[in-house]
Design a protein around this ligand. Structure first.
Ligand code: NAD
Length: 330
């Protein structure tokens, strides 16, 4: 391990964390991961993986008992609209994620880690700039005056400020990304924490041809979605750069939720009717603004949504088939 770069990934059992660990291993890093759970869909690629609760300072001290070249803080109490917009999880979301960030940033300072990455979210942008589905404003400098539409977004904003304070007062090298709706294979696709692309792929996979699927809201709300490989690529580029951020890591290919459903239905080769029902939907419009990332990293995501959706649908369709077979056998 002596000549190899070392990384600690918190949230390594989650969607983005497990992909990031694979990528770092591929690049030759020695990687320690920690999470409440192992990755759900494939074995972890980490050299050293620990199950534990990062709200607990003792566990965090064990994880950061040595110097690391890089730390990636991806652990958070999070989920899709059905988890963060109902209000039922607000206290948990704020307490759990803030505790993790407070614990880890202080230990990273003490261990003098080389560089620390923090995964913030587009959910921190003010709701008042995202009321027009055709013209949402999500440039990095539009964050204040703050008015996120969820406690999840408020906690992200608080933690961004926490990391920036450590950077100013203690010289901790931090890199902050604001991720916009990341999707792809091996992401949560059922159970209540899944996000729109996975939920839609699952509903389409479960529906019979000429069937009907239910969609929350009127389907006219807009979003952009970033494929996991580009998220990891952007994260690594930011870490390697001299730019602290915060910077958007997201796609600029904005679609309505109805358009997203149509794209998935075409991929699946099904004719489906959409039934709009009431449900938590969040802001009316959101899109990444990639001016800053282009300027500072000379790079921006470019993969077409269609290409990422094809890979994701294929994987979720397989999950649905395997689940149905398991139910039949039981
Ligand atoms: P995820 O839920 O799949 O991963 C988060 C992981 O953190 C989970 O595996 C969870 O078990 C772990 N975790 C939660 N509480 C913990 C605790 N107390 N101790 C140890 N581990 C704990 O989510 P993800 O999609 O991989 O997101 C990773 C990060 O990126 C999160 O911080 C999230 O807020 C941020 N983000 C994600 C998206 C997205 O679209 N996926 C968008 C914006 C920001």
């Amino acid at each position: 391990m002596s000549n190899r770069k070392t990384a600690f990934v918190s949230g390594a059992g989650g969607f983005i964390g497990s992909h990031l660990v694979k990528h770092l291993k591929h690049e030759g890093y020695w990687v320690r991961g920690a999470d409440l759970k192992y990755p759900e869909f494939s074995a972890t690629a980490a050299d050293d993986f620990h199950i534990g609760d990062l709200r607990d300072q003792t566990f965090c001290r064990q994880m950061l008992d040595r110097h690391f070249d890089e730390v990636y803080q991806l652990a958070a109490d999070m989920g899709g609209a059905g988890y963060i917009f109902t209000g039922d999880h607000d206290a948990d979301v704020m307490h759990n994620s803030a505790s993790i960030n407070l614990n880890l940033v202080e230990l990273c300072r003490m261990q003098k880690v080389g560089r620390m990455f923090y995964s913030s979210s587009a959910c921190m942008y003010p709701a008042y700039n995202q009321q027009d589905p055709d013209n949402p404003k999500c440039s990095e400098d539009s964050a204040y005056p703050a008015e996120p539409d969820s406690e999840y977004g408020w906690e992200k904003l608080f933690s961004e400020r926490l990391y920036l304070s450590y950077h100013r007062n203690h010289g901790l090298e931090v890199r902050i990304a604001r991720y916009h709706n990341i999707f792809g294979p091996e992401g949560t696709w059922a159970g209540g924490r899944e996000k729109a692309p996975a939920a839609i792929c699952r509903k389409v996979a479960e529906a019979p041809d000429h069937g009907e699927i239910e969609i929350w809201g009127d389907g006219k709300q807009t979003r952009s979605f970033l494929y996991i490989d580009e998220c990891i690529h952007g994260t690594r580029k930011l870490m390697a750069s001299g730019f602290t951020g915060p910077v958007n890591i997201g796609s600029e290919e904005m679609v309505t939720i109805d358009q997203l459903v149509q794209m998935v239905a075409v991929i699946a080769g099904k004719h489906l009717t959409i039934k709009h029902i009431s449900g938590p939907t969040g802001v009316r419009g959101r899109n990444s603004d990639n001016k800053l990332i282009r300027e500072r990293l000379a790079w921006a995501p470019s993969l077409r949504l269609q290409d990422g959706l094809e890979k994701t649908y294929q994987w979720i369709d397989q999950q649905v088939r395997s689940r149905n077979e398991a139910v039949k056998e039981a």
